[in-house]
Design a protein around this ligand. Structure first.
Ligand code: B1H
Length: 801
C-alpha cells in the first residue's frame, strides 16, 4: 500500500524539519528529548505543511470574493489531530521513517497526544467530520466554537461505579492552535435598553471579551484548509486591581479575570438532556455574539453593500445551542446598521439555517423569560417582535417562540431559518409529523433531510490501515474522497482468496485490540470470539440495559446447557453517563457487576464475556471500530435521530443488530436487508405499545428468559453484597419501562441467536461484512456536505480538482 506516501517531501527533509523544530522551537537536544518533545517537533513539522495550504485557501477565498459557510456549534469533538494531519497530507511513510531514523517509534509518539474532547458525543463528532469534509471539498468555511479549558470529563470506575475527573487536555502542550489576540470582541450581558434619537440602544451591565484561537483544518491531500476558530473568555479590559493586591487581597485582585474565564472553563457534560442553567445560556451567547461580530467584520472588510450579506454569508446553527444567532443578527442589522425591522429579519433568515438533532422533549431548549431577559434584555424584545411578525404573517398559527413565560429555542430557530434540516430520513419525517408539524404546514418547503455522514479519512483510511490497504490494492486509491467507489469491491466479495484477505484484516485488528485490552485493562480474550460492541453515550433510549439483559439471559441458557454449540462472544461496552443522570450511572454499574460475575464463571467464560472499557473517546472509537464484528444499534425506534457510529461500524465491516431507527433504516437499505439483523418495534408502533397499561408485565409474563434475567438482577446475583442495588432498574423495566426494553427483549434475543448462527459460518459472515463495507460509501460526510452546499448554503467549492 503506497497511497499514503505521495507528498513530495522526502523522509530526509522531514527528519531535518523535525530536528529543526526540536532545537529552535522547543529548545531541546535530541539526546534529551522526551516523547512529548518529539510529538511537538513532529506536529510543528506537519503544521508547517498545513499552514502553507491554509494561507493559499484563504488567499483564494478573498480573491474570489466567495461565499463562506459558518458552522456554529457548542461542540467540536475533534480528538487527536496529529495523525489526521499526517494522513491527509499523505506523509505517513515519511513521518514513520523519519522518526525511526531518529530512534523514535511513530505509534508511541502519536499516542502521546491528548484527545481534544470538546464535545459530548455524536453532535460534536458530526461537527468535526463536517469541518474535515468542508476542507476536503474546498468549500470556504469557518467552524466557530468555544475553547473549553476542560472538555468532557475523564471517566474511571471504582467498584464498577463511574467516577468523573476533570479533563485537562490543555495541560499538555498543544501544537495546533494560533492565538489571535487581535481578534477580540466584547460580549455584553444584562443592563438596560433605552431609546436615543429614535434608535434603540442596549447598554449591557457586564461584559467579557472573547479572544480567538485558530486551528487549521486540513482536507484530504492538503488541497484546502479551513479554520476552526474557538473563543476563549477574558476579562474585558478590567485593569488588574492593584489596590486590592496592595491591601493583601490577592484573590480579590484576580477575581474579575477568574469570573470572566468561567464562561469558557468547562463543556456542559450533557447529551440530550436540558441543563437550563444560566452559565449555559451565557456560553451560548458568548459563542454566538463573538462569531457574529467576527462574521460582520470580515464581511465589512470585503463588501460595502449590506444587501450582499445573504450571498456571502451562510450561518448554520448546530441544533438550538447557537439559536440566539437569530435575534442577535436582527439586533445587529436593525439596531446597529439601521435596517427596518422586517428587512433585518428577512436578511437574517436568508443567512441562517438550523439543524435539529433530537426530538426528545427534555432536550428541546427553552429559557425562562426572567433569566433570558435578565441576561439579554434587548434580545427578549427582539424575540417578541420576531414572534409577532410570524404571527401576523400566519394568522392561523398556534405555534410560537414564546409560551408559558419561556423562550422556545426550537420554535425560534425554525422561524429564523430559511432551511431546517433533520439528520436522517426517519428523523426528518418525524419532525414533520410531530414536533414541527404545524410549522411544516405553514412552511412546507422549509424542512429538508440531510442524512448524516462520517469522514472516511479518519473512520477508515486512518483508523483501519489494513482494510484501507486491501481496498486500495483492489480498486485503486481514489476511494478516499469518492467513497461510492467502494461499490467496486462487490465483484471481489465472491472471490474466496479476496475474502480471505478481508477476513485476515479483520482478524489482525481483533488481535491488536485483544492485546491492547490485555495490557491496559487486564481483559484476556480469544480473538476468535465474536466482538460485539456497543459504544455511545449512556442513555435509557439507547438501551445499553437491553444489551446487558440479553447477556444475562444468554449466560443463564449457557449454564443450563453448557455443552451446546454456543458461539463465543465478547460484549464490549464503552460510554459516559452525564454526571447527574443517576439511572444511566446505575446501568454502567450493573454492566460492570455483571461482567465481574460472568468473567469469573469458569463454566461459561469461554462462551461469554463482558467488558466495559473506561473513558470512551474518539481515540478509543478508532481502536474499537475496526475490530468489531457486531455493531449494537438498539435504540427505541423514533428516539435516535440518526446515529453516526452505526455508519462507522458498517463501513469497517461490522454487521448491525439494530432497530428501524435513525440512519439504521438507510444503512439497512444500502447494505441490503439480508446483511443486517433487524429486530424490534417500529416507530409507528411505539406509542400504541406504550399505551397498553401493563406492557412490560405482559412482555415479562410471555418470556421466561426475560423474567429469569430480571429476577437474577433483582435477587442480587450480580450484587450479592447489596441485593437491592438494582431494584430501581428492575422496577422500571417491569413497570413504566418508557423505552420499551421489556417489550423489545424477546425479539432482540431472537435476533441475537440469529447472529450466533450466522457467525458460525465465517465465510458467509465475512461476505456480509465485506458487502457492508462495499455498500456504505453513501455515508461519507462528503456526500452530506455536498448536499448542504447545494440545498442549504448555496456555496461553491474553490478547490482545484
Ligand atoms: C444529538 C444532541 C445533544 N442530538 C443536547 N442532540 C446537548 C443535545 O449538551 N447538550 O445540551 C448535547 C447534544 N446530540 C445527537 O446528534 C443525536 O442523538 C444522534 O442521533 C445524532 O447522530 C447526532 C448527530 O446528528
Amino acid at each position: 500500500m503506497n497511497m499514503v506516501s505521495r507528498n513530495t517531501m522526502t523522509t530526509d527533509e522531514f527528519r531535518a524539519a523535525i530536528l529543526r523544530h526540536l532545537k529552535y522551537e522547543l529548545g531541546k537536544d535530541a539526546s534529551h528529548a522526551s516523547v512529548e518533545d518529539w510529538r511537538m517537533a513532529l506536529s510543528f513539522a506537519v503544521r508547517d505543511q498545513i499552514v502553507d495550504s491554509w494561507f493559499a485557501a484563504t488567499r483564494k477565498t478573498y480573491e474570489a470574493g466567495a461565499k463562506r459557510v459558518y458552522y456554529l456549534s457548542m461542540e467540536f469533538l475533534i480528538g487527536r489531530l496529529l495523525e489526521d494531519g499526517i494522513v491527509n497530507l499523505r506523509l505517513v511513510d515519511q513521518a514513520r521513517d523519519a522518526l525511526a531514523a531518529l530512534g523514535q517509534d511513530f505509534d508511541t509518539v502519536l499516542e502521546d497526544e491528548p484527545d481534544a474532547a470538546l464535545g459530548n458525543g455524536g453532535l460534536g463528532r458530526l461537527a468535526a467530520c463536517f469541518l474535515e469534509s468542508l476542507s476536503t471539498l474546498g468549500c470556504p468555511a469557518y467552524g466557530y466554537g468555544i475553547r473549553y479549558e476542560h472538555g468532557l470529563f475523564r471517566q474511571s470506575f471504582v467498584d464498577g461505579r463511574q467516577m468523573e475527573a476533570p479533563e485537562t487536555w490543555l495541560l499538555k502542550r498543544h501544537a495546533w492552535e494560533f492565538e489571535r489576540p487581535e481578534s477580540r470582541y466584547r460580549i455584553g450581558f444584562g443592563g438596560e435598553v433605552s431609546t436615543k434619537g429614535g434608535k434603540v440602544v442596549w447598554t449591557p451591565a457586564d461584559s467579557v471579551d472573547a479572544e480567538a484561537y485558530d486551528t487549521p483544518v486540513i482536507g484530504w491531500q492538503g488541497r484546502w484548509a479551513n479554520t476552526l476558530r474557538l473563543w476563549s473568555a477574558r476579562a474585558s479590559d478590567t485593569p488588574f486591581d492593584l489596590d486590592s493586591f496592595n491591601r493583601g487581597d490577592f484573590a480579590g485582585a484576580a477575581e474579575p479575570e477568574a469570573l470572566a474565564r468561567t464562561i469558557s472553563r468547562v463543556l456542559y457534560p450533557d447529551d440530550t438532556t436540558d441543563q437550563g442553567k444560566e452559565l449555559r445560556l451565557k456560553q451560548e451567547y458568548f459563542l454566538t455574539g463573538a462569531a457574529l461580530q467576527d462574521i460582520m467584520r470580515r464581511f465589512d472588510s470585503e463588501h460595502d453593500d449590506l444587501g450582499k450579506l445573504p450571498s456571502k454569508v451562510a450561518i448554520q446553527m448546530n441544533d438550538t445551542h447557537p439559536a440566539i444567532a437569530g435575534p442577535e443578527l436582527v439586533r445587529i442589522l436593525h439596531d446597529e446598521r439601521g435596517l427596518p425591522f422586517d428587512e433585518a429579519m428577512n436578511m437574517a433568515q436568508a443567512c441562517l439555517s438550523y439543524t435539529n438533532h433530537t426530538l426528545l422533549p427534555e432536550a428541546l431548549e427553552s429559557w425562562h423569560e426572567g433569566l433570558f431577559g435578565k441576561l439579554l434584555p434587548r434580545h427578549l424584545q427582539i424575540v417578541d417582535r420576531i414572534d409577532d411578525a410570524h404571527a401576523k404573517a400566519h394568522p392561523s398559527r398556534t405555534v410560537s417562540a414564546r409560551s408559558d413565560n419561556h423562550v422556545k429555542m426550537g420554535e425560534l430557530s425554525f422561524i429564523m431559518a430559511h432551511k431546517v434540516n433533520g439528520v436522517s430520513a426517519l428523523h426528518t419525517d418525524l419532525m414533520k409529523t410531530t414536533v414541527f408539524s404545524e410549522f411544516h404546514r405553514l412552511h412546507p418547503d422549509r424542512i429538508i433531510n440531510q442524512t448524516n455522514g462520517v469522514t472516511p479519512r479518519r473512520w477508515l483510511l486512518s483508523c483501519n490501515p489494513r482494510l484501507s490497504g486491501l481496498i486500495t490494492d483492489t480498486i485503486g486509491e481514489t476511494w478516499a474522497d469518492h467513497l461510492e467507489e467502494l461499490k467496486g469491491l462487490e465483484p471481489h466479495v465472491s472471490d474466496p482468496a479476496w475474502l480471505e484477505k478481508y477476513a485476515a484484516a479483520k482478524r489482525a485488528n481483533k488481535v491488536d485490540l485483544a492485546n491492547w485490552m490485555s495490557s491496559t485493562a487486564d481483559i484476556n480474550v480469544d480473538p476468535d470470539m465474536m466482538f460485539d460492541v456497543q459504544i455511545k453515550r449512556l442513555h435509557e433510549y439507547k438501551r445499553q440495559h437491553l444489551n446487558i439483559l440479553e447477556a444475562i439471559a444468554l449466560w443463564q441458557e449457557i449454564k443450563a446447557n453448557p455443552s451446546a454449540d454456543w458461539t463465543p462472544r465478547l460484549k464490549i461496552f464503552a460510554g459516559k453517563a452525564a454526571p447527574g443522570y443517576f439511572f444511566a450511572k446505575d446501568i454502567i454499574r450493573l454492566i460492570n457487576d455483571v461482567a465481574k460475575v460472568l468473567n469469573a464463571d469458569v463454566e461459561t467464560r469461554d462462551m461469554l464475556q463482558v467488558a466495559f472499557l473506561p473513558n470512551y473517546n474518539v481515540t478509543l472509537a478508532e481502536r474499537l471500530i475496526p475490530a468489531a464484528d457486531l455493531s449494537e444499534q438498539i435504540s427505541t425506534a423514533g428516539k435516535e435521530a440518526s446515529g453516526t457510529g452505526n455508519m462507522k461500524f458498517a463501513l469497517n465491516g461490522a454487521l448491525t443488530v439494530g432497530t428501524l431507527d435513525g440512519a439504521n433504516v438507510e444503512i439497512r437499505e444500502h447494505v441490503g436487508a439480508e446483511n443486517f439483523f433487524l429486530f424490534g418495534m417500529t416507530a409507528d408502533k411505539v406509542e400504541a405499545r406504550r399505551a397498553i397499561k401493563d406492557h412490560a408485565a405482559q412482555a415479562i409474563a410471555a418470556d421466561p428468559r426475560l423474567a429469569a434475567a430480571l429476577k437474577a438482577i433483582h435477587d442480587g446475583v450480580f450484587s450479592p453484597d447489596e441485593p437491592a442495588r438494582y431494584h430501581n432498574i428492575t422496577e422500571n423495566l417491569s413497570g413504566p419501562d418508557y423505552f420499551l426494553v421489556s417489550s423489545d427483549f424477546t425479539d432482540y434475543y431472537r435476533a441475537q441467536r440469529e447472529v450466533d448462527t450466522a457467525f458460525k459460518d465465517q465465510q458467509h459472515w465475512m461476505t456480509m461484512a465485506a458487502l457492508n463495507t462495499a455498500r456504505s460509501g453513501w455515508f461519507s460526510s462528503d456526500r452530506t456536505i455536498t448536499d448542504y452546499m447545494a440545498q442549504i448554503w448555496d456555496a461553491k467549492s474553490l478547490r482545484d480538482s
